[in-house]
Write a protein that binds this ligand. Structure first.
Ligand SMILES: [Zn+2]
Length: 449
């Protein structure tokens, strides 16, 4: 994730491009004994943005594991990653992404891990007499997105990566800014043969080329009656061929075990909601977020189509905890009506005043008062909060509630009956003066006996 300034578990800078080898390194990202990783919280936030963009469900608690393998780019001999078995929970799971023609690609999981170092062959892999290693990249945060095997031809894989890359740029992850910030491992099996994984493909156009090459290679093997083995290959961009790199470790050989130097990543709903609300993005993103919070289709379209209105919606819902669907509907309808009528002024007034006006309107439905208050607000006339105390007829509300709850209060006596009814009424109208409500309700119940 190039949008981050520092690595996943240490404070080393991430801008290794153009830097001399092995300069952005420290004991943590070179895995020296005794070094302790500390999770970069910003990385979790960025990961969550990606999860929201892919309609995935963030996990309330996820864990880091050690994935052991021996390779010169991995100085600790294990990579800190997330795992979906043995009690492992990834950052997010079960999302989907839709291609242009409407085909849906399922997203199995999204997890975070650290990047290994970079092996460098002077003059190209085939010619070089040495393998050199640069740890500047070691420990940089990666978000791995695992899809289900839903692609049926190489072009779809290219389209998926292209769309995703554009989408991630829009939400501020800036994946297109640097070459090599999107990498792809593609699995392909031909006509029921064993699965071949092509690793480290550098982007959308390359993934299509690599998969086309592999499908031809595997088809030729199948025609000649050669059995296709499960293996890992790498894509040589220059020669446009895949090369067998090492036979794939079976899962057990990675000896996954919990990374006990790191606590679980725990996320509460408020953090997740906040991230979703603060995401910039395309019309589609804004629309999706509006509907996710219960705003009806038509209203969501209007909010998503007007970034200023959308920003108001986000600020009010994020700060007030009001019912997002009702706020969205008021903004997209009555509020937008006033704004349009007054030649679309800049909507830069005080948010808490607008919140007060909307709250009052939601509670008492007084449309003409709302319209004049909105006009004041967009004209910069100060709104006095005390004028917008919701006007609620407490007596009528008590009668209505008693009528509705008559069956439910039969078994309740005295204070329990009173408390239950208080709860029901406050659910409907939370701004009521509790003391006044309590006294009136008590009186009413006494009258009823
Ligand atoms: Zn470091």
């Amino acid at each position: 994730m190039v949008s981050l300034k520092s690595k996943l578990f240490c404070t080393c800078p991430t801008d290794y491009r153009g830097k001399p080898p092995n300069t952005n390194i420290c004991p943590i990202c070179t895995g020296l004994p005794g070094a302790l990783p500390v999770l970069n919280v910003k990385a979790v936030e960025e990961g969550l943005k990606i999860a929201v963009a892919l309609h995935a469900e963030p996990s309330s608690a996820s864990y880091f594991f050690r994935k052991s393998y021996f390779y010169p780019d991995l100085p600790k001999n294990f990579q800190i990653t997330q795992y979906d078995k043995a009690g492992g929970v990834p950052l997010a799971h079960d999302g989907y992404y839709t291609l242009k023609k409407g085909k849906t690609i399922r997203i199995e999981r999204i997890h975070m891990e650290e990047d290994p170092g970079r092996i460098y062959y002077e003059g190209g892999r085939g010619e070089s007499r040495f393998s050199l290693v640069d740890y500047n990249r070691s420990g940089i945060a990666l978000v791995e997105i695992v899809t289900s095997p839903d692609f049926t031809e190489p072009g779809e894989a290219r389209e998926f990566l292209e769309l995703l890359q554009k989408n991630l740029d829009e939400i501020g992850i800036n994946v297109s800014e640097y070459e090599g910030s999107v990498r792809c491992d593609a699995n392909i099996s031909y006509a029921g043969g064993e699965r071949v994984e092509v690793k480290n493909i550098s982007g959308a156009t390359e993934v299509e080329k690599a998969l086309r090459y592999e499908s031809v290679r595997q088809r030729n093997m199948a025609t000649r009656g050669v059995k296709i083995r499960r293996e890992t290959r790498s894509w040589d961009e220059r020669r446009r061929i895949t090369i067998s790199s090492r036979s794939k470790e079976v899962e057990a050989e990675y000896r996954y075990m919990p990374e006990e130097d790191l606590p679980p990543v725990s996320l509460n709903q408020a953090i997740i909601k906040n991230i979703a609300l603060n995401m910039r993005g395309s019309f589609e993103d804004r629309y999706r977020i509006c509907t996710k919070y219960g705003v009806g289709e038509e209203a969501a379209k209007r909010l998503a189509g007007d970034p200023a209105l959308y920003t108001l919606f986000m600020s009010i819902v994020g700060a007030s905890g009001m019912d997002a669907s009702r706020v969205g509907n008021v903004l997209a309808n009555e509020f937008a009506f006033v704004v349009k009528k007054h030649n679309n002024p800049s909507l830069s007034g005080d948010i808490s005043s607008l919140e007060t006006i909307i709250r009052a309107y939601i509670s008492d439905g007084d449309r003409s008062r709302f319209i004049s208050a909105t006009y004041s607000w967009i004209s910069g006339i100060p709104v006095r909060a005390e004028e917008y105390k919701p006007k609620v007829d407490i007596d009528a509300l008590i009668d209505k509630t008693l009528e509705k709850e008559i069956k439910n209060i039969g078994n309740l006596e005295g204070k329990r009956r009173l408390d239950y009814l208080m709860g029901q009424i406050l659910k409907v109208s939370s701004q009521l003066n509790r003391k006044e409500l309590y006294i009136k309700l008590q009186k009413k119940l006494e009258e009823l006996g």
